[in-house]
Design a protein around this ligand. Structure first.
Ligand code: HEM
Ligand code: HEM
Length: 466
């Protein structure tokens, strides 16, 4: 195996495998954090395992590692297929993966050692930041070259989403991390909070969301063998996401002294976000109408179907929790953690896993090693993310109402204990799911039965682009 291979689909494969490795490590750190919240004395005197260090390691490895890497891996297969050409610069994409993996490895070690820039979703220090930007630049060149050499004149919506995710992130990352200030990675005062949430919000909205929608728009028509319901709607969904999502980061700062006009715009356009969410979901579900059974019958299909259902819940919950009256209760509580897991794992993570199982046979030429294991993984992820959502929402409401009633923070902590115990237990299930997935992927690569690409295409085709 070469470090930067030119073999077709090898970069896609490397991204998929790397993403699954980070899922396993990242969820393990999540569980350590979950145990610390359930039993604060369980892990003592190990500095790199204290909650304040474990939490950013977890969040970065799953939200910058697992989800986008698996979705980029799938995209590196889906986009060239849609454009009917080979990926341009396979070797360059491999350079991207090395830079990306190095950034995460160095970043995680740095965070565990307590070296952080202490800004949420921008904790990584300058060197990992530079590596990540390098990775995205390599990917953009690869994507751009593929686009320029395409045989297919029509640009299906998945291609738009993939290109936008890469381009926006390459521009946003240096800005949001204030990379011209390497020592702090920040500007000063309240402006830094505005800059940070402009960035942090767009990482989930303009990196994870478009990458997930790129995959969903491919997989739903392909699995149900139905043409996309409406190309016009797909474009309305794309442009309205860019139109409404870009500038609503202020909804994370409704309690902070930022200008009122910024809060007003954030709240109004957060509510408007229902438009891109519903447009996308109506389009995907009308494409699948009468064939939901087909979706649920295949492993990639059921991951994507549940991912879209979770997107609906997130798309209703998000606008609601942007309202100041609601946030008075929910802000700073476990409610937000429930939303974060439902969105990042339940929506984008589940679609990533669906895309993984769709792309894997096509980029390895091997049948997925165990369909049964993949199904088990689906149920583990589905049950645990649903449990996270219910338990943490309950905990958040209890917390928020106790604070509003004047209860001091420390007296509410014991009250949260049962919720934290249940979350930690379902966390174990989720960690198991991550390792099962990684095992299945590795076994597919090393032990899977060879399959002809046409056979794989026969079971789940590529979507009609016109
Ligand atoms: C791939 C799966 C997962 C994803 C995508 C994910 C994502 C996230 C995200 C985005 C946050 C930040 C939340 C926020 O700041 O609002 C977070 C925090 C957290 N996650 Fe996860 N997570 C995953 C798995 C797990 C697992 C298995 C556990 C185990 C119990 C876990 C426990 C935690 C804890 C304890 C926090 C910190 C919560 C706090 O600060 O109160 N996560 N996770
Ligand atoms: C569809 C429209 C959405 C709206 C209007 C929305 C709104 C919000 C709001 C208002 C908060 C802050 C809550 C608070 O601090 O009190 C929040 C937090 C969060 N959202 Fe969303 N959201 C949406 C979709 C999404 C999606 C699609 C994702 C991920 C793919 C996502 C990921 C997150 C995460 C990770 C946080 C936690 C941030 C933190 O650590 O404080 N959201 N969202």
């Amino acid at each position: 195996m070469r470090l930067v291979s030119d073999e077709e689909h090898s970069a896609a494969r490397a991204f998929l495998v790397s993403g699954m490795v980070w899922m396993a490590i990242g969820t393990t750190f999540g569980l350590i954090g979950g145990i610390a919240l359930a039993a604060p004395d369980a892990i003592r005197n190990v500095p790199w395992l204290v909650f304040g260090r474990v939490r950013p390691v977890h969040v970065n490895l799953v939200a910058v590692g697992f989800v986008p890497m698996v979705l980029i891996g799938a995209g590196l297969y889906l986009v060239p297929t849609l454009l009917r050409t080979r990926l341009y610069g396979e070797r360059l994409a491999h350079v991207g993966i090395w830079l990306y993996n190095a950034a995460l490895a160095i970043g995680a070690i740095e965070l565990a050692r307590g070296h952080t820039q202490a800004r949420e979703y921008a904790e990584l220090t300058w060197i990992p930041d530079v590596l990540i930007v390098g990775a995205f630049v390599a990917l953009i060149i690869s994507f751009g070259g593929t686009l320029a050499r395409r045989q297919e004149p029509l640009l299906y919506v998945s291609v738009w989403y993939f290109g936008a995710a890469l381009a926006v992130t390459a521009a946003l990352y240096p800005l949001g991390n204030a990379m011209w200030n390497p020592s702090t990675g920040a500007v000063t005062g309240v402006l830094d909070a505005i800059l940070l949430w402009f960035y942090g919000h767009n990482v989930v909205g303009l990196l994870l969301t478009p990458l997930a929608l790129c995959a969903a728009y491919y997989l739903v028509p392909a699995i149900t063998r139905a043409p996309l319901y409406s190309h016009t709607l797909s474009m309305i969904g794309f442009w309205s996401l860019l139109g409404f999502y870009t500038h609503i980061g202020g909804h994370h700062l409704l309690q902070a002294p930022i200008p009122v006009w910024l809060k007003v715009i954030s709240v109004i356009d957060s509510v408007m976000m229902m438009i891109p969410v519903l447009v996308v979901l109506v389009n995907l579900w009308l494409t699948a109408r009468g064939r939901f059974g087909d979706l649920f019958a295949s492993v990639p299909g059921k991951f994507v179907l549940l991912g879209t259902i979770n997107y609906l819940i997130v798309g209703v919950q998000g606008p609601l929790q942007s309202l100041p009256a609601v946030q008075r209760v929910t802000h700073f509580t476990q409610w937000t953690i429930a939303h974060a897991h439902l969105a990042v794992l339940g929506f984008t993570g589940m679609i990533a896993l669906g895309a993984l199982y769709y792309a894997l046979p096509r980029v390895t030429g091997k049948l997925v090693w165990s369909e049964r294991l993949a199904n088990t993984q689906f149920w583990f992820v589905f049950l645990s993310v649903t449990a996270f959502m219910l338990v943490l929402t309950g905990a958040g409401l209890a917390q928020g109402h106790a604070w509003i009633n004047g209860e001091t923070v420390y007296r509410t902590v014991p009250m949260l204990s049962p919720y934290m115990m249940v979350r930690a237990l379902f966390g174990v299930m989720l960690v198991l799911a991550a390792y099962l997935g990684l095992y299945n992927v590795l076994m597919t690569i090393y032990r899977g039965k060879p399959v002809a690409v046409e056979a794989a295409e026969g079971s789940v085709r590529k979507p009609a682009t016109a």
